[in-house]
Ligand binder design. Structure first.
Ligand code: ADP
Ligand code: ZN
Length: 728
């Protein structure tokens, strides 16, 4: 029951400064409902807030400041308020920061007004200029979306007069938009593909979950190309048929356009889209329509979890193992875990789909908390690639070359057959290290404890921690020797040089996130590859994610050992997932694929598990190691990072925390540190880290709160808490 307040009301306000309590305001003239979005005064400013509960008593109502006005947006639902409160509790985030996540749509404080919007028209564009072409490209790429004049011009990189010129020709339509329009209806009754037996079994199971109208979580496991997407689209159809909304989360924006096309084929219209590439006008429309029920299906990035769904019945987390589901800035939440939470609050189903599930999800399925359904074969003719190790100890290769003779022969064979080969190296740039041959100095970042990475394409050195760039100097910054700086180790750009030498005739496409200024350019490159416009693809980890390259039949992994170094407890899991995913790119079409793993340690258990394809065995071994160590998913971890320009201050706070560890000891938790973080300085700030390890059932958050409340974080110092850190 939604409550009505006509006296005082407690309001959660949205502010940048952390504020861990609600403020009491006098209700506006005529009262307000719980959940209403309101504008309230805060000091000299006006801020947005949400009416949370009755005002605290003991205030003289006449002395309270009043709510300024109630905003014309759908009020926050009880389930959403509960979701925000629980995510906040879990991640130790104050409510005012949670609210910022939940209101990430512009213009909510302004009522929708008449405005002009622009879409694709049918007229002849007349004289085609490059600028006109860009506008039409933008409209084409975004299909049914409408833009304001400013947005369309900016996205296309043209002046608004170019757009207006196109309106005159009729190639662009200008419309009055009185309010935010609902999304076109998705026809859930339209028939899907004929499913294989495996797929039908999976679809039946997912549909039964939807029919129950209750919470349930399912791991949908199947190798890439096994038809998981087709299977869960059946669950989407069942959900829409019940009149409930669905959300599909994808780990990478570049994947959305391909996915949206599939939805269009399946349901006859485009769904709502939500990610950083969506315009402000459109985001505002999505936010409202999701709340009003005018959007049945949303496809988006992790932040779409915080959209105000009217009635969400299904959340799909595709590629659920992907580490990009962990937000690494601001509120540190795992979208996968929070999707499960949201589904449980909303009596919805959650489907976690992956070829290589996270150990967390696998363990939850083993423990019976999640249902599990497996698609065991690839759809149609396609079979999984064969995996082979190339033992680099036996290959004849100079130190600054990375393509082994074995890999070279294999690539040549595929090109001759008119197929494509992918050469994978998970390292951006030209060379990870630049060293002075005269004095041994390695060029580092001035602001971080990190080496600068040469990016020859950009003609600069780049810090992968802070993004700082500088030109490559002629002389060594340390000993001033001229012309003695040399690259050490490979990055994809350097690999591309070697490929050009080794395969002079081949058409080569490099796929690395930093080589593309826009999502659009990246998409074009992906389309070029998918269409057979390249013989050899050189890629970093973005190629591992879901793309479908039908001609690709060979994958060569340059350095399969790369992820195994270091002490990170997830190193084995990540390497296993990444290499299996990359290898899975090969042979999705009719021709069977081959993956060659260049390694110096073919006997390493992880490499052997990858080669043998014994996934259950790998998970079991990994699970028992984690269990023995008492780490996730069998124990709990929280990382605390203190950063400050002043190392002593940061270390001082860390030491004070270590001394006050009684609240942690009370729950049987162990504290490690303070110690310098693995990257000890970023953007000029020193970073000190503490790690808390507790039993699975220990009340970790309460203990952390009590522990952290003993110290004060002052001035330039920052303290952030990461529950379930991705790396440790
Ligand atoms: P996954 O999501 O597991 O990677 P997809 O659902 O994308 O697999 O399926 C892989 C390919 O097989 C896609 O091109 C898809 O259109 C096709 N496919 C899957 N299931 C069917 C089916 N039942 N009938 C026809 N084509 C299918
Ligand atoms: Zn830096």
């Amino acid at each position: 029951m939604r409550e009505f307040y006509d006296e005082g009301s407690r309001v959660a306000v949205q502010t940048t400064q952390p504020l861990d309590r609600m403020l009491t305001y006098r209700a506006p003239e005529g009262g307000c409902w719980q959940g209403a979005f309101v504008e309230v005064p805060l000091g000299p400013r006006k801020v947005m807030g949400v009416v949370w509960g009755p005002g605290e008593t003991g205030f003289d109502a006449s002395k309270l400041r009043a709510v300024i006005r109630v905003l014309d947006v759908p009020p926050m639902r009880g389930e959403m308020a509960e979701f925000l409160a629980r995510v906040g509790d879990y991640t130790l985030t104050p409510m005012n920061h949670m609210l910022r996540l939940a209101t990430r749509a512009p213009g909510l404080t302004n009522p929708p007004s008449m405005r002009k919007i622009y879409r694709m028209g049918h007229g002849d564009p007349g004289r085609m200029t490059e600028a006109r072409g860009r506008v039409l490209d933008t409209l084409e790429e975004h299909g049914d979306l409408a833009f304001t004049l400013g947005e369309l011009a900016e996205l296309s990189g043209v002046t608004s007069s170019v757009v207006k010129g196109l309106v005159k020709t009729g190639a662009v339509r200008e419309e009055e938009s009185p309010r935010d329009l609902p999304f076109p209806h998705l026809d859930w009754e339209a028939p899907g593909k004929d499913l294989s037996d495996d797929q039908a079994r999976a679809a039946d199971m997912l549909r039964a979950g939807i029919e129950s109208g209750e919470y349930g979580a399912t791991l949908l496991r199947g190798v890439t190309g096994s038809g998981k997407t087709e299977a869960y689209l059946e669950a989407v159809a069942a959900c829409l048929a019940k009149g409930r909304q669905a959300l599909v989360l994808l780990p990478e924006i570049a994947l959305t356009s391909e996915f949206i096309k599939r939805v269009e084929v399946r349901f006859g219209a485009r769904p709502a889209e939500w990610h950083s590439g969506v315009t402000m006008t459109e985001r505002r429309r999505v936010w409202r329509m999701v709340g009003e029920g005018g959007a049945q299906l949303v496809v988006g990035a992790r932040s779409a979890l915080f959209l105000p769904f009217r009635d969400i019945g299904l959340i799909v987390v595709d590629e659920e193992h992907d580490s990009s589901y962990k937000q690494d800035d601001g509120v540190l939440y795992s979208a996968r875990d929070m999707a499960v939470l949201r589904a449980s609050i909303n009596s919805a189903q959650v489907v976690l789909a992956s070829a290589t599930p996270s150990l967390e999800t696998w363990a939850n399925a083993e423990a019976g908390k999640y249902a599990r359904v497996d698609l065991t074969t690839r759809f149609g003719q396609a079979v999984l690639p064969e995996m082979r190790a190339v033992d680099m100890r036996e290959e004849d290769l100079p130190g600054d070359r990375w393509i082994s003779p074995t890999l070279k022969r294999a690539v040549e064979g595929r090109i001759e057959a008119g197929e494509q080969a992918l050469i994978f190296l998970n390292r951006r740039g030209y060379a990870p290290v630049t060293i002075c041959r005269a004095c041994g100095h390695q060029i580092g970042c001035d602001h971080c404890d990190a080496r600068m990475v040469e990016h020859r394409f950009l003609k600069r050195l780049v810090c992968h921690q802070c993004g700082e760039t500088k030109p490559m100097p002629d002389a060594c910054p340390s000993c001033e020797a001229e012309g003695r700086l040399a690259p050490v180790g490979p990055g994809v750009e350097r690999l591309a040089e070697e490929v050009a030498e080794v395969f002079p005739e081949a058409r080569v496409a490099v796929l690395s996130s930093d080589l593309f200024g826009s999502a659009r350019a990246l998409k074009q490159q992906i389309e070029l590859i998918a269409g057979g416009g390249a013989d050899i693809i050189i890629g970093t980890q973005i190629v591992a994610k879901g793309h479908n390259f039908p001609l690709l039949t060979l994958v060569g992994v340059i350095d399969a050992d790369l992820g195994l170094q270091g002490s990170d407890l997830r190193a084995a899991e990540r390497t296993f997932q990444l290499i299996r995913q990359v290898a899975g790119r090969a042979g999705r079409g009719e021709i069977s694929g081959l993956a060659l793993l260049q390694t110096f340690q073919p006997e390493h258990p992880v490499i052997r598990a990858i080669l043998s394809g014994d996934e259950e065995g790998f998970w079991k071994a990994e699970a028992s190691e984690r269990q023995a160590a008492g780490v996730p998913p069998y124990g709990r971890l929280a990382g605390v990072v203190i950063s400050s320009p002043d190392l002593d201050a940061a270390m001082g706070l860390g030491t004070a925390l270590a001394r006050g560890d009684a609240p942690l000891r009370d729950i049987g938790a162990q504290l490690f540190g303070p110690a310098m973080a693995p990257i000890a300085r970023v953007r000029g700030r020193h970073r000190v880290r503490l790690l808390v390890k507790a039993a699975k059932t220990a009340p970790l958050q309460a203990a952390l709160r009590a522990w952290l409340s003993q110290v004060e974080v002052k001035g330039d110092m920052r303290l952030s808490v990461d529950i379930d850190p991705q790396s440790f």
